[in-house]
Design a binder for this molecule. Structure first.
Ligand code: 4AD
Ligand code: MG
Length: 437
């Protein structure tokens, strides 16, 4: 294919090239038209000079935003350009001259932009966010692939709940059977970990959560590693390694995008040199109580409760790095957690709270080992035992201590990007009241 990509132009200075893309923006002044051409790899300024070719000049002037065009020209070094080059146009082929593109350079409201998400993803900032998402995902895969984990995907249609019945999406199946959209691949990961030793799943999960916050999607992507012969500490060590690997990779490969987003990268760099603190739930509660006394929190936190967003933000603000909180009260956690042998009211779980108010990005822990204990938990949580018989087999045949976690890709990406809301970190977000486009 006779095409040069914008991110390769620096290697073609002085040469004629053909660029294929879309008109991002344009302006004209006197005898010049400046076309901002984007092709997915970058944006370059293409200069059309009237005296060179009048017809070409008129055609260039007639182009509407997001017209699809093929541009020929000579690559010229230009120190004022952020990519170091611009193009002297010698030829223009109009594939489609588009008019009245709805997203103009002026400000638009979020609802409008979300309704036009299929077009909005062409905009500079959205483009940068989604490229960072790509790099986060690539880093996640490399990290597990290079550390002895086998990718073993888990089903989306499932017969039972993993994370409690209140956030289950129900689907009609054949012959009046009900299925549920998976909330987490974890239970299946426990089976694959018993087969491969270390395995991971990576795919979409669903939560019928009626939460309309900047951290919640109803469909999101989760990566979930699971390790046989592992305990709570191993979860925190693996999670810390993963997060540092992602941060390193994003800093190395996505400088340009971080600049577009005006991300303060010193905050990301800082965590690489720091051991992530590991705070017992009891101590986290003490911190929250102090915060209330100091007037920095609105409500006094009671031991036994689950953290709300302001609590998570407050805890994370006490540290320079992401912080693990571990040993939660079992009553606020899912049925499958192993208990602390000395304090059975505590679950061997750990959540990682990201800095800068991004909240929980990792949740996981050690899984219950004992068959009888799990049977009791399934009953206590009002879960249908017959749907879990296969899962209980994992305790009947070669049970071992094992542990794992889940990391939400969108929350991790929002934090990397330093953006307000997770809805911009996935190409087509699904949220409460948002099923379109
Ligand atoms: O803490 P969660 O619910 O943990 C589990 O599902 C475990 N079964 C995972 C495991 O141990 N294998 O979810 C894990 C992570 C959270 O820390 C968060 O990053 C993300 O998934 N997450 C969400 N992201 C976006 N929208 C939501 N509604 C989310 N709920 C959880
Ligand atoms: Mg959680």
């Amino acid at each position: 294919m006779n095409q040069t990509y914008i991110n390769e132009l620096k290697d073609h200075i002085g040469k004629e090239v053909t660029l294929k893309g879309w008109l991002y923006n344009s302006r004209s002044s006197g005898k010049l038209v400046f076309l901002q051409l984007r092709d997915g790899t970058g944006i370059v300024q293409c200069v059309v000079f009237k005296p060179n070719n009048e017809e070409l000049f008129e055609n260039a002037k007639s182009l509407g935003q997001e017209s699809s065009i093929i541009v020929r020209g000579t690559v010229k070094e230009d120190t004022r350009s952020s990519i170091g080059v611009e193009l002297d146009v010698t030829g223009l082929e109009i594939i489609q001259n588009a008019h009245d593109y709805p997203i103009t350079p002026k400000e638009h409201g979020t609802e409008f932009l979300m309704d036009n998400r299929h077009l909005w993803i062409r905009s500079k900032k959205q483009h940068a966010v989604l490229k960072i998402r790509h790099t986060v995902i690539k880093a996640v895969r490399d990290y597990f692939d290079d550390n002895g984990f086998i990718l073993a995907d888990t089903p989306i249609f499932t017969p039972a709940a993993c994370e409690g019945t209140t956030t289950l999406f129900e689907v009609d199946c054949f012959d009046d059977d009900k299925a549920y959209l998976t909330q987490s691949g974890q239970l299946y990961n426990e089976a694959t970990a018993a087969s491969f030793g270390r395995s991971y799943a990576f795919g979409p999960v669903f939560r019928a959560e009626k939460s309309k916050t900047r951290r919640h999607l109803t469909e999101f992507w989760m990566v979930e590693p699971e390790m046989a012969y592992a305990q709570l500490d191993d979860v925190m060590t693996l999670g810390e390694g993963l997060i540092k690997f992602i941060v390193e990779r994003v800093l190395a490969d996505r400088r340009e995008e971080l600049t577009v987003l005006e991300r303060d990268i010193t905050k990301l760099e800082a965590i690489l040199a720091t051991d992530f603190p590991r705070v017992h739930y009891d101590d986290a509660v003490k911190l929250l109580k102090e915060g209330f006394v100091k007037g920095e929190l609105e409500n006094d936190f009671e031991w036994g409760g689950d953290f709300g967003a302001p609590d998570e933000t407050y805890i994370s603000k006490q540290f320079d790095a992401p912080v693990f909180v571990h040993h939660f009260p079992a009553v606020i956690k899912a049925f499958y957690f192993e208990r602390d042998q000395d304090r059975p009211e505590l679950a061997l779980g750990a959540d990682l709270l990201a800095p800068e108010g991004y909240g929980e990005i990792i949740g996981g822990g050690e899984r219950a080992f004992d068959l009888k204990f799990l049977e009791e938990q399934i009953e206590a949580h009002n879960l249908p035992k017959e749907s879990f018989e296969w899962y209980l087999d994992l305790r009947r045949f070669g049970a071992v201590p094992h542990a794992g976690f889940g990391m939400g890709i969108e929350r991790a990406t929002a934090w990397m990007c330093g953006i307000e809301h997770v809805r911009e970190t996935i190409p087509f977000p699904r949220m409460l009241y948002r099923l379109k486009p």
